[in-house]
Design a protein. Structure first.
Length: 303
């Protein structure tokens, strides 16, 4: 089975327009200058198929489907050979990319991006900007205007490597964990409802950042997997957030890794790749090219 090259910093998203999962970009470990993949793949008939004539290199970006725009939105990250935070919002629609809007203040690598169907808005929060500062203001795109909302410093503060996805249970954008401006790896849960932040008093999965996350509207839950803990160890646990709060599921599954990426679709949660420990010891990490499906509460490897 032909499949994408090993990678991390890529993105997966379910496209409601054609009911398929797409994978875009990512980075190759150790490449100098920094190499951002320019490929795009689609998951169909239990296999990956490369979309030809695609040339849009991105790494450490975000990819989400927008009901408002009727396509996949890409924001943030870096392009091939350039460690810069991207300020341009692009849309994949009708088989090609085009620029949609720009906001220099929102530019960031590894930002959080959540599409809020209740308010028909894309919500952007956090990420690293040139110079190393972390964004701590919310930005929203409503199909017409891409602008900052709320105040800087409100809520969780600047974050990097956090998850920020739509939660069907609370009907808000839900943030978990990430690294804060002090360098601490957090274990807190926050929601953004369009008017402000609320910190939830719930026991979470423990401190982590650059973990995988997916909003699962099909099964009314949000899923996170793996990541890196505050002691720099890699994690392999799977957690669900639903009406019961956080709970651990799927004792077995993919190996411990960070920056694996997931998306929900009718058959379950699909995960591809990520950066795992290298069993040979040097270099320390190795990018993966494996594909997994979380069906219900159990992982199954498909390649």
């Amino acid at each position: 089975m032909k499949k994408p090259e090993p990678r991390a910093h890529h993105q997966l998203a379910y496209n409601k327009s054609d009911n398929r999962v797409y994978m875009m970009g990512g980075g190759a470990m150790g490449a100098k200058p920094v190499r951002a993949y320019s490929d795009m793949w689609v998951w169909e008939a239990k296999a990956w198929r490369k979309i030809e004539q695609h040339d849009f290199p991105r790494s450490a970006h975000r990819l989400v489907y927008s009901d408002t725009d009727g396509g996949l939105l890409s924001f943030g990250g870096a392009d091939d050979g350039a460690l810069r935070a991207d300020a341009v919002l692009h849309i994949w629609k009708d088989g090609s990319w085009k620029a949609l809007a720009e906001n220099e203040s929102a530019a960031a690598g590894e930002p959080g991006a959540c599409y809020d169907p209740a308010r028909a808005s894309l919500v952007i929060f956090g990420g690293a900007v040139p110079g190393g500062r972390l964004n701590d203001r919310v930005f929203e795109w409503d199909g017409r205007v891409f602008a900052g909302v709320g105040n800087e410093g409100d809520g969780p503060g600047g974050r990097l490597g956090h998850s920020f996805t739509w939660d069907p249970t609370t009907k808000t954008c839900l943030l978990y964990g990430g690294r804060d401006a002090s360098g601490a790896v957090r274990s807190d849960t926050w929601t953004w409802d369009g008017d402000g932040w609320t910190k939830l008093d719930v026991q979470g999965p423990g401190s982590r950042f650059i973990h995988s996350a997916a909003s699962d509207e099909f099964r009314k839950r949000m899923i996170i997997f793996g990541g890196q803990a505050g002691d720099e160890s890699l994690l392999s646990d799977t957690w669900v957030f639903d009406s019961e709060g956080w709970r651990r599921i799927a004792e077995d599954g993919p190996s411990a890794r960070m920056m694996g990426r997931m998306a929900a679709f009718p058959d379950g949660i699909i995960l591809f790749g990520g950066r795992a420990a290298n069993p040979e010891g040097s270099p320390l990490y190795r990018d993966r090219d494996d594909t997994w499906i979380l069906a219900g509460e159990n992982w199954v490897r498909l390649d």
